[in-house]
Design a protein around this ligand. Sequence first.
Ligand code: PMP
Length: 453
Amino acid sequence: MPVSGSTHPAADAPYPEAAGAGSEALWTRALATFPGGVNSPVRAFRGVGGTPRFIAEADGATLVDVDGRRYTDYCMAFGPLIFGHRDPAVRRAVEAAIGRGWSFGTTEPGSLELAELIRAHLPWVGKLRFVTSGTEAVMSALRVARAATGRSRVLKFAGCYHGHLDSLLVQAGSGLAEQTVPDSAGISKAVAAETLVAELDDLAGLDRLLDAHGRELAAIIVEPLPANNGLLIQRTAFLQALAARARDVGALLIFDEVISGFRVAFGGMAEISGVRPDLVTYGKLIGGGFPVGAYGGRPELLDLVAPAGPVYQAGTLSANPVSMAAGLATLKKLLAEPPYAALEARTAKLADGLEGALRDAGFPSALVPRFGSLFWMLLAGNGTVPRRPADCPPENRALYAPLFHGLLARGHYLAPSAFEVGFVSTAHADAALEALVADAGEVAFEIARRRRA
Ligand code: PMP
């Protein structure tokens, strides 16, 4: 099925200068224009090598690059597109919104409707505020937590990503707060020192940090389904313990559900785990693929935000009407036709199939952890479900590159990094999932053969 009826989709693409130029030629130009050739680092293929594909268009589960090559997409814009690319309901809502105007800088009804729908179904979101990205949502939630507690330090977990705000781009040095160092250049030591880093799935280690520093903490922030260092599924008991520990030390618990929110269940991991965060951050799905973020929580916490309270936070494009329309269409469709059980069953079948195929092909410890519609391929595992970054054997990084390229050549677009998860949408046909399993087996067999040679 041609994506837009043309045999060479780039020929009628909105960027004629890109048509037929091919990814190679565009990449040369991009390297001269953008840092590292990209507008967000993972897109550069640094983790897998080779030339990034320039995508001309997409529909359903299919990407088409400027050279006319087609791929089944498992990256799915890193998560927002649970109904696939250009879902008709979302598209209709967006087109209608654009017909009314795309930015007002005023109060408008679209954000109110979306927020009321969220509040009606997520009791832990008493009030919320829309922003433009997940990063902004997290940054703002931390500001609220600091204002609410009068404390400045924050505890995060190694392997959890919360956007590129200065204070959370840090790693632990030996797990000790005093040795916390920035993970990026350009971050002041003073800001980095405000962040403590603990290990996931390690309550004893967490308690040691809390004994020493618990009373300095404004917040404990966690991805309740860590999905930025592969998929590190946490035990519910760990999430419950975080809520209890946060309460004990007088810190707020922040669930960063930018990936998991509305994706693994309508109410994300808060719904699945039953653990109620004080503050929660969302992104991705609530904009239906358009720029968005949101932070919410107990009303008295959100009432600290300007103009109701003293925490300043603002945005020219906040609650952009097009993003709000796309998000509302997505969430309404999620409620009208809940896809969760079917997506989970199909993802389970895919993950089991992949795991079997990779093991049969010569990687007997391969693992394919999955949760809801998320999955992650590990060619080498250590025999247990990985719950911390250290549980993932380092050789996976080198093994992922040939797996990625072998699958890309066969028409499957996985995220170009061993640390990104795969996403299944309702637009993925069974035949496509079966083809991925078969091709992954073939590619893995070839990798194993070359390693033996
Ligand atoms: N938190 C989590 C859990 C994320 O996965 C991401 C981005 N993938 C962010 C925050 C940051 O969101 P954004 O890229 O929209 O700034």
